[in-house]
Design a protein around this ligand. Structure first.
Ligand SMILES: Nc1ncnc2c1ncn2[C@@H]1O[C@H](COP(=O)(O)OP(=O)(O)OP(=O)(O)O)[C@@H](O)[C@H]1O
Length: 673
């Protein structure tokens, strides 16, 4: 019976929509509840994540068909194209994202509009990446494959269907750059675009979140969510929000965001994995109360001896006082005026933090001192984390060590881990060049399935291997020599030298200066000139020395002559704790089928080997007959150390999540959440 068939079809469509949250939800602040629906047992989830990751040829074929259909839009005049966009918006509003044919039509229109506004039409592989994300998945697209314009596909489609969309970037520079570049495309579709960056006041942020699509960093958007949670107070149920929306809560300010609907996360592994080891804590600064505690603590611990009074676990950034250490701290603090010294736990905590401040946190690696302030540098992005501070008195101890003005201590108002925050989006999606190896964890923690998208053109980048030197001095000399050789023997190709810290970037610049080569430095101290340094880095003869600021997301465009000379040459001067960050840096060369090359020059006393493979490093050093060491032994040491570091970080992420779970339970029990 046709009626029955129609009924079945509509019931199926309805079910699909309900399951996939495909329609706009008419709720005041949509977000998912804290319990994820895909969860089994963690080991099972990890296996499922691994099994689900892979290629999807049928999806690539669908993307190719979209690209072909989009060619038919080329002859349309502008008015016709705009009319089609407007008509499609009405249909998407009505049907949401449940109809694949509407999504395909929308993608074809986005491709054509992007072609007219930016001069780039999406390749089929980019359309495939967009399809993965509209479905709520994670697309692995290699570095340089054009993820910036790929983000337009899910963001515009979701926004046309009436969903507020948040596009996450790893730093403010990229949020502003991408928004400025893509704004004409969004506007052509009649969509508004907001940007949230550090330093904006609340009314400005609120206005940005009213836009159809918002670009911002994970930190800014998560903190805005925490601010809303604090404003909602302990009873943050849906009923309270409806009441607040209907009748207003005149005593309070309106909320900042409109809820968590659709997230498109660029550089997803950086946000979901690398940054997920520490929870985000929203805190209020208390007035500075300098009673001399921090200086006294530094003074006291300077009298202690490592091994006898305390032990340091550098890889975990942890300090442990020994039995003797406990006794000596008690003795030395007797008679000190501050009350903290009277309480055993408080006394030992401040002493351990003071040791950490002196021994574990280094200037120009973990932080810089600028404008008379201690500013934390995020190693994975190479950038200053403005207005961030370490907890538990550590920040003030470092300020006391650096002899700058002490800031106030901070009181926690709300906290959340990225694992918990992103799970609250009704639809979560993302992309990155380096996600496949983290697929099990991404499924287990975020319910995200990884799809590998093929490259548009074959990769022409060549790797020239890895040299391991006996010490830092010979490493810097070898780096300078490698730069000189490439410049002189390979037609002045542009060179990018990547370093792990501000201090190292300056050491390379000094080594280059000794051989008479001028360079530009891009690090947390030079961030104001970033756009200009990046723009010049792909020209013939350019030598750029950079921290990870020139890593993820940085697009170094080659000049014609640089392309002809062989493209960008990237030199890594130290490996990171995860090979994904190394691959991101290498990925600045050989983009979109461009020529390019990479090489690594490291030293056996590099932090990675010293912390994560100390015995193997010592054994290799003892048995070395000649330096530098190349080939298999050098690569084995690297793999060994990075494997140990990755295991340690995975355990630490799990630990963060478990402690957060425990904390949430305790707070619920005591009635504060
Ligand atoms: N469809 C296209 N047609 C022509 N050029 C394109 C196209 N898509 C991207 N590009 C160009 O490719 C380069 C790389 O793009 P983009 O920076 O977005 O890559 P990415 O995948 O985000 O890289 P990363 O992984 O390093 O962040 C840019 O110069 C961009 O203009």
């Amino acid at each position: 019976m046709p009626e029955l068939a129609a009924f079945r079809a509509s019931a199926r469509a309805l079910w699909r929509e309900v399951r996939s949250d495909a329609r706009p939800v008419i709720a005041p602040y949509p977000e998912r509840g804290p319990a994820p629906s895909w969860k089994w047992d963690r080991p099972v989830d990890l296996l499922v994540g691994r099994a689900l990751a892979g290629e999807r040829p049928a999806m690539l074929a669908r993307a190719e068909a979209i690209a072909e259909a989009a060619e038919a839009l080329c002859p349309l005049d502008d008015a016709d194209l705009d009319a089609r966009c407007a008509a499609l918006r009405v249909r998407l509003m009505r049907h949401g994202l449940s109809d694949p044919a509407l999504i395909d039509q929308c993608f074809a229109l986005i491709r054509e509009v992007t072609g007219r506004m930016l001069g780039m039409r999406h390749f089929p592989v980019q359309l495939m990446g967009g399809l993965v994300m509209v479905e709520g998945g994670l697309a692995e697209m290699a570095t340089g494959e054009g993820k910036t314009i790929t983000a337009l596909l899910p963001a515009i489609t979701g926004a046309m269907a009436g969903m507020p969309v948040h596009v996450f970037t790893v730093n403010d520079y990229l949020a502003e750059r991408d928004a400025a570049k893509l704004r004409p495309v969004y506007e052509r579709f009649g969509l508004s675009l907001g940007v949230v960056i550090h330093g904006q006041e609340t009314p400005e942020r609120r206005a940005a979140y009213r836009a159809d699509v918002v670009y911002g960093t994970n930190k800014e958007i998560t903190f805005d969510y925490l601010r809303d949670q604090t404003a909602l107070g302990p009873k943050r149920g849906a009923a309270r929000r409806v009441m607040r929306d209907l009748f207003g809560d005149r005593a309070r300010e309106p909320l900042i965001m409109r809820g968590l609907y659709f997230a498109v996360v660029d550089e997803a592994d950086s946000i979901f994995i690398d940054e997920a080891r520490t929870p985000l804590i929203l805190s209020a600064e208390m007035p500075a109360n300098d009673d001399g505690l921090y200086l006294a603590a530094l003074e006291l611990v300077r009298q202690l001896e490592e091994g006898r009074h305390y032990r340091i676990r550098e890889a975990d950034r942890a300090v442990e006082l020994t039995e003797r250490g406990h006794r000596v701290v008690a003795e030395l603090s007797e008679g000190l005026p501050q009350t903290r010294w009277r309480i055993r736990q408080a006394r030992e905590q401040i002493a351990s933090q003071a040791i950490a401040a002196l021994r574990l946190y280094q200037r120009d690696r973990d932080y810089i001192v600028a404008e008379d302030k201690v500013q934390i540098v995020d190693e994975s992005t190479g950038r200053v984390m403005a207005d961030r501070s370490w907890e538990g008195g550590l920040h003030q101890l470092i300020e006391a060590k650096e002899e700058v003005e002490l800031s106030g201590t901070r009181n926690t108002m709300a906290r959340i881990t990225y694992q918990r925050f992103f799970r609250r989006y009704l639809r979560l999606s993302g992309m990155s060049g380096t996600v496949k190896e983290t697929a099990p964890e991404l499924w287990a923690d975020y319910g995200l399935k990884v799809t590998v998208v093929p490259r548009n053109r074959p990769n022409l980048r060549r790797d020239r291997g890895h040299q391991l030197h006996a010490d830092a001095a010979s490493k810097w000399a070898a780096v300078a020599e490698a730069v000189r050789t490439v410049r002189e023997e390979e037609g002045q190709r542009p060179i990018l030298v990547g370093t792990r810290s501000v201090g190292d970037s300056e050491a390379v610049a000094a080594a280059l200066d000794r051989v008479g080569i001028a360079c530009r430095i891009l690090n947390a101290r030079q961030d104001a000139e970033e756009a200009e340094i990046v723009a010049a880095a792909g020209r013939i003869g350019a030598v750029t020395v950079a921290t990870n600021m020139a890593g993820r997301g940085t697009d170094i465009e080659l000049s014609k002559e640089a392309h002809a000379a062989g493209g960008l040459h990237v030199i890594l001067t130290a490996f990171h704790e995860t090979p994904r960050i190394d691959r991101q840096l290498e990925g600045r060369a050989g983009r979109q089928g461009d020529p390019g090359s990479t090489q690594a020059i490291t030293a056996i006393d590099d932090e990675l080997y010293a912390l994560f493979a100390p015995r193997a490093a010592r054994a290799l050093k003892a048995s070395a007959k000649a330096w530098p060491i190349e080939g298999r032994p050098a690569n084995l040491l690297r793999r060994w150390a990075q494997g140990a570091a990755e295991r340690r970080h995975a355990a630490s992420r799990r630990q963060t999540e478990l402690s957060e779970e425990r904390l949430q339970k305790t707070m619920a029990f005591s009635g504060t959440a």
